[in-house]
Design a protein around this ligand. Structure first.
Ligand SMILES: Cc1cc2nc3c(=O)[nH]c(=O)nc-3n(C[C@H](O)[C@H](O)[C@H](O)COP(=O)(O)O)c2cc1C
Length: 187
């Protein structure tokens, strides 16, 4: 039995497939996942993956982004951390400034205040000074920032390789074993 529980957020930044892959990996490992998707995230899931619904799973709870009374909005509900992948600049701004205007921002706020692991995978380029300052604020509050930047020492040959590398880097920080990409020197 594996009773670790992670909150995963998918926003309306490009690369929603990375967040979707992360959810699949966590479920495959036997962890519980609380998933929250912003309205823009749903739009991009449709645009980039043709997905209008998330596949059901017994360990997956899909929360309504507007349900500010959901379990993950309360610090009293224990989780093992939260990952927002991909994280839009809008959601980053909300988190970095403590706005908590929807369930995802509130859950991230809770994750920070409870001293739990918060991982942000920001997806934007180029970055403006506003984005950089918000990333700094989030990092100063304890968030781990993992831009989905590909490595080339792994010799990626497919988009899947690039996605798996980004997801693998998140799992590394969570100290979850995986074989999503070859370690330096192993390939
Ligand atoms: C196809 C598509 C791709 C987008 N890609 C990005 C992106 O990579 N980064 C970003 O910050 N915003 C991106 N946006 C804009 C966000 O979706 C928009 O700012 C939205 O308000 C973010 O809301 P959310 O943070 O609640 O998901 C994209 C929008 C669309 C429709």
């Amino acid at each position: 039995m594996n009773d670790r529980r992670y909150v995963v957020g998918i926003t309306g930044a490009s690369g929603v497939v990375m967040g979707y892959r992360l959810v699949q990996q966590l479920l495959k490992k036997g962890y519980k996942v609380d998933l929250v998707i912003t309205h823009a995230g749903r739009r991009v899931l449709k645009d980039e993956m043709g997905l209008s619904q998330v596949e059901e799973h017994s360990n997956l709870v899909l929360h309504d982004i507007d349900n500010i009374g959901a379990s993950i909005a309360s610090g009293s509900v224990k989780t093992d951390g939260m990952i927002i992948m991909p994280c839009s600049m809008g959601t980053l701004a909300g988190i970095a400034n403590g706005i908590s205007s929807n369930l995802m921002q509130r859950a991230a706020d809770v994750t920070i205040k409870e001293g739990r692991r918060l991982i942000l995978v920001p997806r934007e380029t180029p970055l403006s000074l506003i984005h950089i300052k918000n990333l700094l604020h989030a990092a100063q509050a304890g968030a781990v920032i993992i831009p989905p930047v590909p490595a080339f020492y792994t010799q990626p040959s497919t988009i899947d390789d690039v996605i798996n590398f980004a997801v693998g880097k998140v799992l590394d920080v969570l100290q979850i074993e995986h074989e999503l990409y070859p370690r330096y020197g192993d390939n």
